[in-house]
Design a protein around this ligand. Structure first.
Ligand code: ADP
Ligand code: MG
Length: 668
């Protein structure tokens, strides 16, 4: 047990006390179906109204239960015939499970149940559910925490925020209530993260997070780096070779970056800019400064497809300047791989472009001066943090992280507190607004005709197939079918097909074909979602647009509207639309501004969903939640800053208390 607990970072009684439940099971009473909440296990009781087997790819037993306040669906993917017969219409049933909400309707998958109205399932207090690793059960965790809690009264953890925050419950009370909320606790308050004990601990956790980012930053800034000393001649040559001028925003950002690069401490900068704002060029200009000073540059993209495009574009820009661009992804094998690795090692490769494969152990850079990370939101925060550790011990590369995902200011303060931030708040000139229309699926044939006609006049179109989250294969299949349909409806046009199952080399070839205007229509899955840039493409058709999230639709639409001709985005939807789907689509129609869309997204999807993502590292918080705890941030940041500069010992202790277990856990 000791071994297992220590693999979870639980080495001391204090570690255990700070290992908080993920959620709670409420078996203390029967809940009304109408009051069920996501994330809260509950007991409900009602009458079976519908029971039957849905025949499909896989037969599913579907049962609907009604308790007068609402209806809940039960789904059994595995069931015995006897079970199906037992669950008959009119029977009373008592159920226990964790509801999921699908299109606003609660569902239980494989709930525990008993026919009739036995009360045997009810318990006295809320049961905590802990994060665990394999081999450690909930009953063990409850036992271990129960023992740890007995130390709490006489030997509470040190109050590290003493005198720093006001009106908060004691740390011992806060801890106790989170581990064992008494049955009379205001459950709703706890579920919503508003309990004073939670606020006390959340503040401390946010402070801890902030302290660790600040101290990481301070450590990195002390390291020697690849100071840029050139006169900028290469960058001038590069910009002179372009058919356009930099936008004002691009120039400003390039200045910020050059100032950083000339310092003797590493750059730590985040570059935010909406889709199509021209981040790639800023990355390229930063890169040539570093190459000019005799160092190497690595550019990491989230997908092979995007890394291939960057390779093509950078080669076009840098080839004439005599800069050697090398491409390295997981799919490059054998001799080509060995050659690439050698050139990286002996310094022949000036710029290395690839996916996260770039930061695998076999890749040894000769003199890595700058790491560029594109579309950072696709990588986890830990991946980003690990990059800076890749430099040699006595030498840390500059780091520029790029993202198109607009996130609220407070959240970016949490996620990127260790980075300086630059924003490209201007699109290149001459961009025409994209006309977005919503089209009912019954008019799909008209869309095909319209796209056909446009392509015959030299336009190019993306045709994005429905998102099928559960299955890569089904998604690929749907794309194949669509490509065939379009090919037979539009036999005179050249149609390409791209999906996750197309091999890497072929993907690159198809993309290059489309970029070179050798294809009229590119039928694709969401593999083209990020970064793809083909300015001549001016039509984006998205099928089953109602299935996509707002951020995703915005990214996809951002693939067009990049050239001189007017662009169109046709969102084909399958009615009837749910309320939120209708809202999403009308936001898309009404706005093209990434920040506006992000804010609406936040409103529509509600707290938690948008921000509880990997990208921010926020999902690994134990008590703190965003945006629910947004109002704690200012104070937390203040305290973190003060402690970091004035009381490093307390700062370190706070950070350790909250990060030790988390880091251990991240590696399990
Ligand atoms: P993103 O910020 O989404 O990564 P890209 O870097 O892919 O955007 O740029 C989008 C398109 O805009 C590219 O075709 C690029 O060549 C072009 N572009 C970039 N900067 C300018 C500019 N200053 N003027 C005109 N076009 C530009
Ligand atoms: Mg980009």
């Amino acid at each position: 047990m000791l071994e297992k607990l220590s693999s979870m970072g639980l080495l001391t009684v204090e570690d255990i006390l700070f290992h908080f439940p993920l959620r709670y099971q409420n078996k203390t009473r029967i809940s009304a179906i109408g009051e069920l909440q996501e994330g809260m296990d509950a007991v409900v009781r009602g009458t079976i109204r519908v029971s039957g087997i849905a025949r499909g790819r896989r037969p599913t037993l579907l049962v609907k239960v009604d308790d007068g306040t609402g209806l809940i669906t039960l789904r059994f993917f595995h069931f015995r015939r006897a079970q199906a017969q037992q669950l008959t219409v009119g029977e009373t049933i008592t159920l226990f499970g964790q509801p999921r909400f699908i299109a606003g309707q609660p569902e239980f998958a494989h709930p525990e149940y008993q026919l009739g109205d036995h009360d045997a399932v009810l318990e006295d207090s809320l049961s905590p559910v802990y994060p665990v690793v394999e081999g450690v059960g909930q009953s063990t965790m409850r036992n271990v925490t129960r023992q740890a809690l007995t130390y709490l009264a006489n030997d509470p953890p040190e109050d590290l925020l003493k005198g720093l925050i006001k009106n908060a419950p004691s740390i011992a009370d806060a801890i106790a209530i989170l581990h064992r909320p008494p049955a009379d606790t205001d459950i709703k308050q706890i579920l919503e993260g508003r309990h004073p004990g939670q606020l006390r601990l959340a503040t401390e956790e946010l402070i801890a997070h902030q302290i660790s980012l600040l101290s990481r930053r301070a450590k990195i800034l002390k390291k020697p780096t690849a100071k840029v000393t050139g006169n900028g001649a290469l960058a001038k040559k590069l910009t002179a070779s372009l058919p356009f001028d930099l936008t004002g925003a691009q120039k400003n950002v390039c200045d910020d970056i050059l100032n950083d690069l000339k310092r003797s401490s590493p750059m730590l900068r985040l570059l935010q800019g909406d889709v199509g704002s021209g981040k790639t060029l800023v990355a390229a200009i930063s890169a040539v400064h570093v190459v000019e000073s005799g160092h190497q540059v690595a550019l990491m993209a989230p997908t092979e497809l995007l890394s291939e495009q960057h390779h093509r574009v950078f080669d076009g820009w840098f080839g004439p300047l005599g800069i050697n661009v090398v491409w390295l992804t997981g799919q490059i094998k054998g001799k080509a791989r060995r050659e690439a690795l050698t050139s990286i090692e002996d310094g022949q490769a000036d710029i290395v472009i690839g996916t996260h494969a770039l930061f695998q152990d076999q890749v040894a850079f000769n003199s890595l001066g700058l790491v560029l990370v594109d579309e950072q939101h696709r990588f986890g925060v830990n991946q980003r943090l690990s990059l800076t550790q890749r430099g040699l011990d006595d030498f840390t590369p500059h780091q520029l992280t790029m993202t198109a995902t607009p996130i609220p200011r407070t959240l970016s303060m949490v996620a990127y507190a260790d980075l300086d931030c630059s924003v490209i708040d201007e699109l290149p000139p001459g961009r025409k607004p994209i006309t977005t229309v919503l089209i009912d699926a019954s008019r799909r044939q008209q869309v095909i005709d319209r796209v056909g006609a446009a392509c015959r006049q030299g336009r190019q179109a993306y045709w994005v197939c429905p998102l099928i989250e559960e299955s890569d294969a089904l998604e690929a299949n749907a794309a194949e079918v669509t490509a065939e349909q379009l090919a037979s409806a539009l036999p005179d046009l050249r149609i390409g097909l791209l999906h996750g199952r197309v091999s890497g080399a072929l993907k690159a070839e198809i993309m290059a074909d489309f970029a070179a205007n050798n294809l009229d229509i590119l039928v694709a899955t969401t593999v083209i979602e990020v970064g793809v840039d083909v300015p001549n493409a001016s039509m984006m058709i998205i099928e089953n647009a109602e299935r996509f999230g707002l951020a995703q639709l915005h990214q996809l639409r951002g693939r067009v509207g990049r050239g001189a001709v007017e662009s169109h985005c046709l969102l084909i939807y399958q009615g009837p639309l749910s309320h939120t789907a209708r809202e999403r689509l009308s936001v898309m129609k009404a706005s093209q501004d990434g920040f506006v869309i992000a804010e609406k997204d936040l409103k529509i999807r509600g707290p938690g969903e948008v921000l509880g993502t990997r990208q921010t590292g926020v999902s690994s918080f134990r008590v703190a939640r965003l945006p629910e705890h947004e109002h704690l941030l200012d104070e937390a940041f203040d305290i973190a800053q003060r402690l970091t500069s004035q009381d490093t010992e307390t700062a370190e202790n706070i950070a350790l208390r909250w990060t030790r277990a988390r880091e251990a856990f991240a590696h399990v």
